[in-house]
Design a protein around this ligand. Structure first.
Ligand SMILES: C[S@@+](CC[C@H](N)C(=O)[O-])C[C@H]1O[C@@H](n2cnc3c(N)ncnc32)[C@H](O)[C@@H]1O
Length: 203
């Protein structure tokens, strides 16, 4: 299919999409916010006073939602892309897998954190196998970081893709956390292999 036809299809799909319209109406930067909202409503993750890291946060709807829901908390958002300022959050532009940035995160919090969210996704290559592996690797590196910085009773939520990397991600989760759930919110497009892993209590 020619490139401009693909982008026309994408624009039409976005126009029809209920979540895109709702996110615009409610002032969120992305329809992704409704995935976090559903996860939060089901697993009761965001509470007043908690500290939270949002990995792969751009354009920022998850951080916007977290900042609204968490009073008197501490929120850090990081992405390789620029994130427009969000009140009551601290933003870093950089690659989360780089230890320099991981150290910046640790220095910001000084103590352990209560929640780590990751909606990180690698740039798509068009090859589903490669894409699943790359996003799986991001999830595993977020889990490894959790071992260093997450409270023992903390919660870790990450995007994962059903596919080549799924078993490796679940294996790493089982080696790291006591409780693991896989959940696909309604807002996650049906045709997408996207799911979320919700993990609690570090082993
Ligand atoms: C689906 S978007 C996140 C949407 C976001 N949750 C929101 O609500 O606006 C995925 C993001 O992951 C980011 N990302 C991918 N690899 C990353 C990395 N190594 N470090 C930081 N961010 C990364 C991308 O730049 C992209 O902005």
């Amino acid at each position: 299919m020619p490139k401009n036809k693909i982008s026309k299809n994408w624009i039409n799909k976005q126009r029809r999409d209920l979540y895109v319209r709702m996110s615009k109406k409610e002032g969120y930067r992305s329809r992704a916010v409704f995935k976090l909202k559903e996860i939060d409503e089901k697993y009761k993750i965001l509470k007043n006073g908690i500290s939270l890291i949002d990995l792969g946060a751009a354009p920022g709807s998850w951080s916007q939602y977290a900042a609204k829901k968490i009073k008197n908390g501490k929120i850090l958002s990081i992405d390789t892309q620029h994130i427009e300022k969000i009140e009551n959050t601290f933003q870093i532009m950089g690659d989360f897998t780089d230890t320099n940035y991981q150290n910046k995160i640790k220095n910001y919090f000084k103590n352990k954190v209560d929640v780590i969210l990751s909606d990180m996704a690698a740039n798509t290559t068009g090859n589903k196998y490669v894409d699943s592996i790359s996003t799986g690797e991001l999830c595993i590196s977020a889990m490894e970081f959790s071992k260093e910085i997450l409270n023992s009773k903390g919660i870790f939520v990450s995007k994962i893709f059903m596919g080549a990397s799924f078993n490796d991600v679940v294996k790493e989760a089982k080696n790291t956390f006591k409780e693991i759930k896989i959940y696909k919110p309604q807002a996650s497009r049906k045709e997408s292999k996207e799911n979320f892993i919700i993990c609690k209590n570090i082993l």
